[in-house]
Design a protein around this ligand. Sequence first.
Ligand SMILES: Cc1cc2nc3c(=O)[nH]c(=O)nc-3n(C[C@H](O)[C@H](O)[C@H](O)COP(=O)(O)OP(=O)(O)OC[C@H]3O[C@@H](n4cnc5c(N)ncnc54)[C@H](O)[C@@H]3O)c2cc1C
Length: 392
Amino acid sequence: MSTPTATGSAPSSVLEQDHRELVASFESFIRRELEPLAAELPETADLPPAELRAYVRRRSAALGFYAGDYPEELGGSGMPFTAVVLLHHAAGRSGCPLAAYALAGSDGPSPLLLHGTEEQITRYLVPLVRGEAARCLALTEPHAGSDAFHLTTTARRDESTGEWTLRGRKTFVSNADRADFALVVASVDGEATAFVVGMDNPGLRIGQRYEGMSGEPMFELLLDGLRVPADAVIGGENGVGAALGNGIDSLSRGRLVVAAMCNGIAEHALAQGIAYARERRAFGERIGAYQHVQEHLVSSRADVETAKLLTLACARLVDEGTEAPENAALAKLTSSETAVRVVDRALQVHGATGWVRGHPLEFLYRYVRMMTIIEGTSEIQKVIVARAMGLG
Ligand SMILES: Cc1cc2nc3c(=O)[nH]c(=O)nc-3n(C[C@H](O)[C@H](O)[C@H](O)COP(=O)(O)OP(=O)(O)OC[C@H]3O[C@@H](n4cnc5c(N)ncnc54)[C@H](O)[C@@H]3O)c2cc1C
């Protein structure tokens, strides 16, 4: 019997014909270099060691995959955004636990830094694009999550020296334990302003560590009279009060990347569900012969194809320069909700086998749950779409 895929024998969608060679060479990198490394990890380890993740990042950057859409003069490959989306999809679809670290995520280059001064771009953005440095983003606060810019962290300027003093508390910061620097968003007279701060600054302290349902921990960051020089404002003087505008430029792309990862994960889970349904027998038949099982798998296929087409269409609009925030919101909403549902159904098809600790679906069931929360919750995506529809 041929190896089942999530798409049967049909090409998964016409849009995937684009960038086929690039995706094939990324998949070959995963197969030849990352899968052998992943095979040595303990089966129940949710999080690969930090040194291994850093190695994967650097190696992928050297091959031109990591941060592929950043310009070549910054160390990227100048790829269209559609190509980046397809790579994230391929990483999720591979099922390899190291593949996600081969592509820039929450510790990688930030579009906020594209608005940085020349000096900030050279000092911070270039090492990030090359995979040589890692960063974190400190935006969320105990009372400012979805309402992200309702900040109580403040930054005050000393008019005589130009230095800034930041006070406040940030929460749920990913990567804080291994970042070289943080992008910290604080209020300057009520206007959100982004600062770049070395993690070795004595005024910046890691507080509580939060273990999530899977994978990477998150951290509290305490800013206790954190002093930074005048040139720590991203974008220099023009950057004061500009974090919101500059951030909005990048939010759509971040959401489409999450959507693509979700589509890949869903496709991978679906392929596992199909494979199991074709082999496992009950009541004298393969379980895939039963309509209740088919319902899980066929509905999943329809959902995954819909989410993929929507995400890829939105990515193409970004490349054409006609991105609209509600498009990315629709794609992120559809893909993340689909991935949670598809992983759940695939696990159901596996019965107790999928529930056992160490089974790939057991991990994915916990891992995928964050996708409807990060980069704006599903409810916030609906708020964005409702507003674009002239409601609310
Ligand atoms: C894995 C993970 C990694 C993260 N990494 C980072 C990071 O690196 N840096 C960082 O700064 N933050 C990070 N976060 C925090 C993340 O950005 C927030 O969790 C997210 O913005 C939601 O905020 P909240 O958790 O405070 O929920 P809340 O904003 O309190 O929302 C609670 C519920 O109310 C709903 N809700 C809120 N407002 C509305 C509304 N107007 N209409 C309808 N429903 C609404 C929400 O959708 C949600 O269901 C991370 C979170 C997770 C889970």
